[in-house]
Design a protein around this ligand. Sequence first.
Ligand code: P6P
Length: 326
Amino acid sequence: MQNTEQTLASVLDEDGANAELLSLIHNLVDATEEIAVCVNKGALAGVLGSTQNENVQGETQKKLDIIANQLIKDALLSNEQVRALASEEEDDVVAGNKNGKYVVAFDPLDGSSNIDVNGQIGTIFTIYPARNDVATNSALQFQQRGTQQVCAGYVLYGASTLLVISTGGPTHCFTLDTASQQFLLTNPTLSIPQDTQEFSVNMANQRFWASSFQSYIADLIAGETGKRNKRFNMRWNASMVGDMHRVLIRGGIFIYPSDSRDAKQPAKLRLLYEANPIAMLVENAGGKAFNESQRILDIEPSALHQRVAVIMGSANEVEACLGYLQ
Ligand code: P6P
C-alpha cells in the first residue's frame, strides 16, 4: 500500500518499473519542473506571447511551446534509453540512441491558448517500447496501439504543479513540493466515479456536430425536464489536461467529437500524444475512453500526428453517450 508523501521513484519502483524506465521518467519529470518555473514566472521571464512560426498542426507557436519542447527534447536526448522521440511541435520523429529501449511522445504544452491568460496548461507524455523491426528515426516506431504504452502521464501547471502518472498499475497523483523540488504522492489511486452530472464540450461547435451527438448534448441540457431525469453542469477549460484532471478527480465526461468544420480533418485531438496517454490514465482509474466507435487504446495508428474524436470519463456516462452514436 502506497503512502502519501512517498517519492515518485519509490512509488514507481513498487509498481515494478525497471531502472531504465525510471531513469527516463526522471529526466522527463525534471524537464517539467523547469517548465513549471517558466510558467510560474510568466511575463517576468518574458515567455508569454506568440512567435511568427506555425507548427505542423498549422497552429501559431507560443514562445512557451518552443521553450517547453526544447527543454523536454534536451532532457530526453541526454538519456541513452531514448531510441526516438515525437512531439506535437516537431514535424518528424527525432532520432535518439539506436540502442535505446524506449520511444517517447509528448505534447510539450497542451492548452497553449491559455498561456497568456494564466489559464490551465500542461505537458502530456507517453512511453512505448522501442521497435527493433524499423529504423531508429522511423515514424513506425510510434505506430503502436495505445495498449502498448508502458507509461503515460501529464503535468498540470497551476496553483499546484501536479504529476498524474501510470506505468500500468493505478493512476497516481503527485504534488510538486517546491521546498524540496520533489513530486510527493498525494493521491495513491485516482478513481473516477461511474456516474456524473458534469459534461465538458465546446458548445460553440454545436451546429457542426452529427445530429446524433447534438441529440445527446440536448438531452444533457434538458436535464431533469428530459429523458436523462437529472440536471447537468458544464465546464470547458480549453485545455484537455485541465478538463481531464477534473474528470479524474471528481468524475465527468469530456468530449471532443468529430465535426464538419473541415472535411479533411473532422477530429481535433491527436491520438499519439493526447488521446492515448490520457486514455491509459482514465482506464487505470476505472473510467472509459472511446472515439465514436471503439476503445481509443485499441485504435491501430496510421500516421504520427493523426487526430481522433474523444469521449472519455465516467464509465456509465461514456456508455450513455455511445448509445446515441451507435
Ligand atoms: P478548442 C488545446 O489546443 C487542445 O488541443 C486541448 O487541450 C483542448 O481540449 C482543445 O484543444 C480545445 O479546443 O477548439 O475549444 O479551442
